[in-house]
Design a protein around this ligand. Structure first.
Ligand SMILES: [Zn+2]
Length: 81
């Protein structure tokens, strides 16, 4: 399974939650299959970081970061109430 597919599944299963949003950052909690990961989006640099091994190495975008990106995109599409 590719990370795109994994990320889509995380979204579909409701495993991505926005935990906290401040002026500078958005914190997400992503429930993986056996671990929970924290993804942080820095609004100033527009960078995502994740505490999993791929996110920490920063060599690859992990499925948690991708899922958080999709979450934000979906949120933008929703009408504001
Ligand atoms: Zn990750």
């Amino acid at each position: 399974m590719g990370i795109e597919e994994k990320a889509e599944n995380l979204i579909k299963e409701g495993r991505v939650k926005k935990e906290l949003e401040t002026g500078k950052r958005i914190h997400f909690l992503v429930e993986g299959t056996d671990e929970r990961h924290s993804v942080i989006f820095d609004k100033e640099t527009e960078n995502f970081t994740c505490d999993c091994k791929f996110g920490t190495l920063r060599e690859k975008t992990c499925s948690h970061i991708l899922a958080s990106k999709i979450y934000l995109l979906n949120e933008e599409k929703k009408p504001k109430n």
